[in-house]
Write a protein of this length. Structure first.
Length: 159
């Protein structure tokens, strides 16, 4: 079997996180009277996974008496994920402007946990939803925005 050329995969763009600019919520206006522009860093899959792992907890699954459940001769575990905190952390990590990790901004909102900053800076539901959707779409995590393309790809791979 001939050796295949791997140069197509040796992309500098695969080693950097691109920054995209999108309009912010209509309720937050800049000096020109128009909505501020958000700057979003397109995080790598590895970065997103590490953040999700930080908010994932594995505990031994037990019955009401505290006896561990056994499955396939091994102790069973239950996994819980604090998706709210993970999402907040992803938003804080991805947003370049506004920088939700900025000490002055965090002090203004009386916040010490970056996972809570998006909720503080964008307290209205419509603002938070707008920013969350913009970031998740930029990261490729918004399944609503892909018009079913992700599901089509998954179906193709299965078949």
């Amino acid at each position: 079997m001939a050796k295949r050329d791997l140069r197509a995969f040796m992309r500098e763009s695969a080693k950097t996180e691109e920054i995209v600019t999108v309009p912010g919520p209509e309720t937050i206006l800049g000096e020109n009277g128009k909505p501020v522009m958000l700057e979003i860093k397109v995080l790598s899959n590895m970065t997103i996974q590490k953040i999700n792992d930080m908010y994932t907890n594995r505990t031994m699954a037990t019955d009401k008496k505290g006896t561990p459940y056994i499955q396939n001769n091994e102790v069973a575990f239950k996994k819980t994920v604090d998706t709210q905190k993970a999402t907040g952390h992803i938003l804080a990590e991805a947003l370049v402007y506004p920088d939700l990790k900025d000490p002055e901004l965090m002090k203004f909102f009386g916040c010490v946990d970056i996972s809570e900053m998006a909720s503080k800076v964008f307290p209205r539901t419509d603002e938070f939803v707008h920013v969350n959707r913009a970031v998740m779409t930029a990261l490729g995590l918004n399944r609503e925005a892909d018009n079913g393309e992700t599901d089509k790809v998954i179906d193709e791979v299965k078949n």
